[in-house]
Write a protein that binds this ligand. Sequence first.
Ligand code: IMP
Ligand code: MG
Length: 328
Amino acid sequence: MNKIETKIVIGIDHGDEGKTKILYNYYKTGQYNLALRFNGSSNRGGTIYHNNKKFIVHLFPIGVVLGIKSIIGPGCVVNEKMFFEELEEVTAINPDSPKFVKIAHNAHVVQASHLEEELCESKIGTTKRGIGPAYRDKYARIGIRAESINSFKPYLVDVSEEFYNKDNIKLLCEGAQAMGLDIDWGEYPFVTSSHCGIGSVINNGVPISSIKSVEGVIKAYSTYVGAKQFQDINDPMLDKICELGSEFGATTGRRRQVQYLDLNLVKKFALMNSINVLHVNKMDILRELKCWKVILDNMIIDCATEENFKEMLENYAYNHVKYYYSPE
Ligand code: IMP
Ligand code: MG
Protein backbone atom coordinates (compact mmCIF):
# COMPACT_ATOMS: atom_id res chain seq x y z
CA MET A 1 0.00 0.00 0.00
CA ASN A 2 1.23 3.47 -0.79
CA LYS A 3 1.37 6.03 1.91
CA ILE A 4 -1.91 7.32 3.23
CA GLU A 5 -2.39 9.30 6.44
CA THR A 6 -5.81 9.97 7.86
CA LYS A 7 -7.29 12.43 10.28
CA ILE A 8 -10.92 12.04 11.36
CA VAL A 9 -13.13 14.78 12.78
CA ILE A 10 -16.38 13.64 14.39
CA GLY A 11 -19.20 15.01 16.50
CA ILE A 12 -19.24 13.82 20.10
CA ASP A 13 -22.58 15.37 21.06
CA HIS A 14 -25.85 15.77 19.08
CA GLY A 15 -24.51 17.56 15.99
CA ASP A 16 -23.84 21.22 15.26
CA GLU A 17 -20.72 21.27 17.39
CA GLY A 18 -18.79 23.31 14.83
CA LYS A 19 -17.03 20.47 13.01
CA THR A 20 -17.05 22.26 9.66
CA LYS A 21 -15.16 25.27 10.99
CA ILE A 22 -12.42 22.98 12.30
CA LEU A 23 -12.24 21.04 9.04
CA TYR A 24 -12.07 24.24 7.03
CA ASN A 25 -9.16 25.48 9.12
CA TYR A 26 -7.32 22.19 8.64
CA TYR A 27 -7.71 22.41 4.87
CA LYS A 28 -6.42 25.95 4.96
CA THR A 29 -3.10 24.70 6.36
CA GLY A 30 -2.50 23.08 2.97
CA GLN A 31 -1.64 19.75 4.58
CA TYR A 32 -4.55 17.73 3.17
CA ASN A 33 -5.11 16.58 -0.40
CA LEU A 34 -8.18 14.39 -0.08
CA ALA A 35 -11.53 14.92 1.65
CA LEU A 36 -14.11 12.28 2.51
CA ARG A 37 -17.69 12.41 3.69
CA PHE A 38 -18.31 8.95 5.15
CA ASN A 39 -21.88 9.14 6.46
CA GLY A 40 -25.19 10.85 5.94
CA SER A 41 -26.18 13.16 3.14
CA SER A 42 -27.79 16.55 2.63
CA ASN A 43 -29.01 16.44 6.24
CA ARG A 44 -25.72 18.00 7.32
CA GLY A 45 -25.64 21.76 7.78
CA GLY A 46 -22.07 22.93 8.14
CA THR A 47 -21.33 26.64 8.31
CA ILE A 48 -18.10 28.36 7.30
CA TYR A 49 -17.06 31.92 6.61
CA HIS A 50 -15.17 31.89 3.32
CA ASN A 51 -13.76 35.18 2.04
CA ASN A 52 -15.88 36.87 4.73
CA LYS A 53 -19.07 35.35 3.40
CA LYS A 54 -21.21 32.80 5.19
CA PHE A 55 -21.56 29.51 3.35
CA ILE A 56 -23.49 26.41 4.38
CA VAL A 57 -22.41 23.05 3.05
CA HIS A 58 -24.78 20.10 3.12
CA LEU A 59 -23.89 17.12 0.96
CA PHE A 60 -20.34 17.91 -0.16
CA PRO A 61 -17.15 17.70 1.83
CA ILE A 62 -16.17 21.27 2.70
CA GLY A 63 -12.75 20.56 1.19
CA VAL A 64 -14.18 21.27 -2.25
CA VAL A 65 -14.43 24.98 -1.51
CA LEU A 66 -10.66 25.06 -1.04
CA GLY A 67 -9.94 23.09 -4.19
CA ILE A 68 -9.34 19.71 -2.57
CA LYS A 69 -10.48 16.48 -4.17
CA SER A 70 -13.65 15.71 -2.25
CA ILE A 71 -15.37 12.35 -2.17
CA ILE A 72 -18.93 11.57 -1.13
CA GLY A 73 -18.13 8.11 0.19
CA PRO A 74 -19.84 4.72 -0.08
CA GLY A 75 -21.39 5.20 3.36
CA CYS A 76 -23.35 8.22 2.12
CA VAL A 77 -26.62 8.53 0.27
CA VAL A 78 -27.02 11.10 -2.52
CA ASN A 79 -29.95 12.78 -4.17
CA GLU A 80 -29.36 13.71 -7.80
CA LYS A 81 -31.20 17.03 -7.72
CA MET A 82 -29.58 18.13 -4.44
CA PHE A 83 -26.17 17.10 -5.76
CA PHE A 84 -26.44 19.35 -8.81
CA GLU A 85 -27.96 22.22 -6.84
CA GLU A 86 -25.09 22.13 -4.38
CA LEU A 87 -22.57 21.73 -7.19
CA GLU A 88 -23.85 25.01 -8.58
CA GLU A 89 -23.47 26.69 -5.18
CA VAL A 90 -19.90 25.52 -4.64
CA THR A 91 -19.00 26.33 -8.24
CA ALA A 92 -20.05 29.91 -7.59
CA ILE A 93 -17.41 29.99 -4.86
CA ASN A 94 -14.76 27.89 -6.57
CA PRO A 95 -15.22 27.59 -10.35
CA ASP A 96 -13.14 24.39 -10.45
CA SER A 97 -15.49 22.54 -8.10
CA PRO A 98 -16.84 20.15 -10.78
CA LYS A 99 -13.28 18.84 -11.14
CA PHE A 100 -12.90 18.18 -7.44
CA VAL A 101 -16.21 16.61 -6.45
CA LYS A 102 -16.40 12.82 -6.62
CA ILE A 103 -19.06 10.29 -5.73
CA ALA A 104 -18.25 6.74 -4.70
CA HIS A 105 -19.76 4.43 -7.32
CA ASN A 106 -21.25 2.36 -4.52
CA ALA A 107 -22.86 5.23 -2.59
CA HIS A 108 -26.63 4.90 -2.58
CA VAL A 109 -29.20 7.17 -4.14
CA VAL A 110 -31.89 9.14 -2.33
CA GLN A 111 -34.73 8.77 -4.79
CA ALA A 112 -37.57 11.21 -5.36
CA SER A 113 -39.91 8.70 -3.72
CA HIS A 114 -37.73 8.76 -0.56
CA LEU A 115 -38.08 12.52 -0.35
CA GLU A 116 -41.83 12.36 -0.86
CA GLU A 117 -42.11 9.72 1.79
CA GLU A 118 -40.49 12.02 4.35
CA LEU A 119 -42.41 15.17 3.49
CA CYS A 120 -44.92 14.58 6.28
CA GLU A 121 -42.51 12.92 8.71
CA SER A 122 -42.85 14.35 12.22
CA LYS A 123 -42.45 11.38 14.56
CA ILE A 124 -38.75 11.95 15.22
CA GLY A 125 -38.33 15.30 13.45
CA THR A 126 -35.96 14.44 10.60
CA THR A 127 -34.49 16.97 8.19
CA LYS A 128 -36.88 15.59 5.52
CA ARG A 129 -34.05 14.87 3.11
CA GLY A 130 -35.16 11.29 2.45
CA ILE A 131 -32.20 9.86 4.33
CA GLY A 132 -33.95 7.16 6.39
CA PRO A 133 -35.92 5.71 3.45
CA ALA A 134 -32.76 5.67 1.28
CA TYR A 135 -30.74 3.72 3.86
CA ARG A 136 -33.71 1.44 4.50
CA ASP A 137 -33.86 0.50 0.81
CA LYS A 138 -30.08 0.07 0.70
CA TYR A 139 -30.26 -2.52 3.45
CA ALA A 140 -33.39 -4.12 2.00
CA ARG A 141 -31.28 -4.55 -1.17
CA ILE A 142 -33.80 -2.74 -3.30
CA GLY A 143 -31.87 0.56 -3.48
CA ILE A 144 -30.02 2.10 -6.40
CA ARG A 145 -26.30 2.85 -6.37
CA ALA A 146 -24.79 6.09 -7.67
CA GLU A 147 -23.20 4.19 -10.57
CA SER A 148 -26.61 3.63 -12.13
CA ILE A 149 -27.41 7.35 -12.42
CA ASN A 150 -26.26 8.64 -15.82
CA SER A 151 -25.63 12.23 -14.78
CA PHE A 152 -23.31 11.02 -11.98
CA LYS A 153 -20.99 9.20 -14.42
CA PRO A 154 -18.37 11.99 -14.75
CA TYR A 155 -18.02 12.17 -10.97
CA LEU A 156 -17.80 8.50 -10.04
CA VAL A 157 -14.76 7.00 -8.32
CA ASP A 158 -13.90 3.73 -6.68
CA VAL A 159 -12.62 4.83 -3.28
CA SER A 160 -10.32 1.84 -3.00
CA GLU A 161 -8.40 3.22 -6.00
CA GLU A 162 -8.26 6.64 -4.37
CA PHE A 163 -6.99 5.36 -1.03
CA TYR A 164 -4.59 2.58 -2.01
CA ASN A 165 -3.24 3.29 -5.47
CA LYS A 166 -1.91 6.79 -5.05
CA ASP A 167 1.10 8.22 -3.30
CA ASN A 168 1.14 10.48 -0.29
CA ILE A 169 -2.53 10.76 0.42
CA LYS A 170 -3.34 13.09 3.30
CA LEU A 171 -6.96 12.33 4.00
CA LEU A 172 -9.34 14.33 6.13
CA CYS A 173 -12.57 12.53 7.02
CA GLU A 174 -15.50 14.84 7.62
CA GLY A 175 -17.96 13.46 10.15
CA ALA A 176 -21.57 14.55 9.80
CA GLN A 177 -24.17 14.49 12.57
CA ALA A 178 -22.72 13.03 15.75
CA MET A 179 -22.50 10.12 18.17
CA GLY A 180 -25.63 11.31 20.03
CA LEU A 181 -27.54 10.88 16.75
CA ASP A 182 -25.81 7.64 15.71
CA ILE A 183 -28.20 4.92 14.54
CA ASP A 184 -26.87 2.53 17.20
CA TRP A 185 -25.65 4.81 19.99
CA GLY A 186 -28.11 7.69 19.94
CA GLU A 187 -31.43 7.57 21.79
CA TYR A 188 -33.46 5.41 19.44
CA PRO A 189 -35.64 6.26 17.54
CA PHE A 190 -34.44 9.89 17.77
CA VAL A 191 -31.43 9.17 15.65
CA THR A 192 -30.17 9.58 12.11
CA SER A 193 -29.87 6.56 9.82
CA SER A 194 -26.10 6.28 9.60
CA HIS A 195 -23.11 5.53 11.78
CA CYS A 196 -21.34 8.70 12.84
CA GLY A 197 -18.13 7.40 14.45
CA ILE A 198 -14.80 5.88 13.44
CA GLY A 199 -16.37 2.52 12.57
CA SER A 200 -18.11 4.23 9.72
CA VAL A 201 -14.83 5.64 8.40
CA ILE A 202 -13.35 2.16 8.24
CA ASN A 203 -16.42 0.81 6.50
CA ASN A 204 -15.87 3.42 3.79
CA GLY A 205 -12.63 1.65 2.92
CA VAL A 206 -10.16 3.75 4.90
CA PRO A 207 -7.38 1.49 6.25
CA ILE A 208 -7.27 1.43 10.05
CA SER A 209 -3.48 1.65 10.04
CA SER A 210 -3.65 4.99 8.18
CA ILE A 211 -5.53 6.68 11.01
CA LYS A 212 -3.15 9.04 12.79
CA SER A 213 -5.63 11.19 14.66
CA VAL A 214 -9.27 11.11 15.73
CA GLU A 215 -10.59 14.46 16.82
CA GLY A 216 -13.87 14.95 18.61
CA VAL A 217 -15.85 18.15 18.66
CA ILE A 218 -18.27 19.44 21.28
CA LYS A 219 -19.65 22.81 22.29
CA ALA A 220 -19.40 24.10 25.84
CA TYR A 221 -23.11 23.25 26.02
CA SER A 222 -25.25 20.81 24.14
CA THR A 223 -27.89 21.34 21.45
CA TYR A 224 -30.27 19.04 19.62
CA VAL A 225 -32.81 19.39 16.81
CA GLY A 226 -35.60 16.89 16.57
CA ALA A 227 -38.81 15.72 18.20
CA LYS A 228 -37.66 14.44 21.60
CA GLN A 229 -37.68 16.71 24.62
CA PHE A 230 -34.09 17.67 25.30
CA GLN A 231 -34.22 21.09 26.90
CA ASP A 232 -35.47 21.70 30.45
CA ILE A 233 -38.20 24.20 29.69
CA ASN A 234 -38.15 25.56 33.25
CA ASP A 235 -34.61 26.92 33.00
CA PRO A 236 -34.57 30.37 31.37
CA MET A 237 -30.74 30.32 31.17
CA LEU A 238 -31.01 27.68 28.43
CA ASP A 239 -33.09 30.09 26.32
CA LYS A 240 -30.42 32.75 26.83
CA ILE A 241 -27.73 30.36 25.64
CA CYS A 242 -29.87 29.55 22.59
CA GLU A 243 -30.28 33.20 21.66
CA LEU A 244 -26.72 34.30 22.33
CA GLY A 245 -25.37 31.21 20.57
CA SER A 246 -27.71 31.69 17.57
CA GLU A 247 -28.78 28.10 17.89
CA PHE A 248 -30.95 27.68 14.82
CA GLY A 249 -30.51 24.78 12.40
CA ALA A 250 -28.37 25.45 9.31
CA THR A 251 -30.34 22.93 7.24
CA THR A 252 -33.93 23.41 8.38
CA GLY A 253 -33.85 26.70 10.32
CA ARG A 254 -35.42 25.00 13.35
CA ARG A 255 -34.65 26.27 16.83
CA ARG A 256 -32.20 23.97 18.53
CA GLN A 257 -33.03 22.74 22.02
CA VAL A 258 -30.29 23.54 24.51
CA GLN A 259 -29.00 21.61 27.49
CA TYR A 260 -25.88 21.76 29.63
CA LEU A 261 -22.99 19.55 28.56
CA ASP A 262 -23.44 15.94 29.65
CA LEU A 263 -20.04 14.74 30.83
CA ASN A 264 -21.04 11.07 30.95
CA LEU A 265 -21.97 11.24 27.32
CA VAL A 266 -18.74 13.00 26.34
CA LYS A 267 -16.72 10.39 28.18
CA LYS A 268 -18.55 7.47 26.61
CA PHE A 269 -18.30 8.71 23.05
CA ALA A 270 -14.76 9.99 23.39
CA LEU A 271 -13.58 6.59 24.67
CA MET A 272 -15.57 4.71 22.07
CA ASN A 273 -13.83 6.58 19.27
CA SER A 274 -10.31 6.72 20.76
CA ILE A 275 -10.32 10.48 20.51
CA ASN A 276 -6.91 12.09 20.92
CA VAL A 277 -8.01 15.71 20.56
CA LEU A 278 -11.19 17.29 21.86
CA HIS A 279 -12.28 20.66 20.50
CA VAL A 280 -14.61 22.62 22.76
CA ASN A 281 -16.41 25.34 20.81
CA LYS A 282 -18.53 28.32 21.77
CA MET A 283 -16.80 28.97 25.08
CA ASP A 284 -17.61 32.65 24.59
CA ILE A 285 -21.33 32.03 25.06
CA LEU A 286 -20.96 30.60 28.57
CA ARG A 287 -18.33 33.22 29.33
CA GLU A 288 -20.66 36.04 28.46
CA LEU A 289 -23.50 34.56 30.51
CA LYS A 290 -21.16 33.57 33.34
CA CYS A 291 -22.87 30.21 33.41
CA TRP A 292 -20.57 27.24 33.88
CA LYS A 293 -22.93 24.33 34.43
CA VAL A 294 -22.52 20.72 33.35
CA ILE A 295 -24.49 17.52 33.80
CA LEU A 296 -22.90 14.63 35.64
CA ASP A 297 -24.79 11.42 36.47
CA ASN A 298 -28.05 13.14 35.46
CA MET A 299 -27.51 15.99 37.93
CA ILE A 300 -26.74 19.58 37.11
CA ILE A 301 -23.49 20.76 38.65
CA ASP A 302 -22.58 24.43 38.82
CA CYS A 303 -18.84 24.73 38.25
CA ALA A 304 -19.06 28.49 38.93
CA THR A 305 -15.89 29.45 37.04
CA GLU A 306 -14.40 28.72 33.65
CA GLU A 307 -11.36 27.23 35.33
CA ASN A 308 -13.48 24.74 37.29
CA PHE A 309 -15.52 23.96 34.21
CA LYS A 310 -12.38 23.01 32.30
CA GLU A 311 -11.03 21.02 35.20
CA MET A 312 -14.29 19.09 35.50
CA LEU A 313 -14.33 18.33 31.79
CA GLU A 314 -10.71 17.35 31.55
CA ASN A 315 -10.53 15.33 34.73
CA TYR A 316 -13.89 13.73 34.84
CA ALA A 317 -14.99 13.37 31.27
CA TYR A 318 -11.87 12.44 29.45
CA ASN A 319 -8.29 13.06 30.36
CA HIS A 320 -6.61 11.14 27.57
CA VAL A 321 -6.52 14.04 25.17
CA LYS A 322 -5.38 17.45 24.21
CA TYR A 323 -8.10 20.05 24.65
CA TYR A 324 -8.58 23.02 22.37
CA TYR A 325 -10.97 25.68 23.62
CA SER A 326 -12.48 28.13 21.16
CA PRO A 327 -12.47 31.02 21.47
CA GLU A 328 -9.61 30.69 23.93
P1 IMP B 1 -32.34 12.69 9.49
O1 IMP B 1 -30.87 12.61 9.56
O2 IMP B 1 -32.84 13.72 8.52
O3 IMP B 1 -32.98 11.35 9.27
O4 IMP B 1 -32.86 13.20 10.92
C1 IMP B 1 -32.72 12.41 12.08
C2 IMP B 1 -32.38 13.28 13.29
O5 IMP B 1 -31.05 13.76 13.15
C3 IMP B 1 -33.24 14.53 13.46
O6 IMP B 1 -33.38 14.77 14.85
C4 IMP B 1 -32.42 15.62 12.81
O7 IMP B 1 -32.75 16.89 13.30
C5 IMP B 1 -31.03 15.19 13.24
N1 IMP B 1 -29.96 15.64 12.33
C6 IMP B 1 -29.67 15.15 11.11
N2 IMP B 1 -28.60 15.77 10.59
C7 IMP B 1 -28.20 16.67 11.50
C8 IMP B 1 -27.10 17.60 11.55
O8 IMP B 1 -26.28 17.71 10.65
N3 IMP B 1 -27.02 18.37 12.69
C9 IMP B 1 -27.89 18.23 13.71
N4 IMP B 1 -28.91 17.37 13.71
C10 IMP B 1 -29.07 16.60 12.61
MG1 MG C 1 -24.97 21.72 11.54
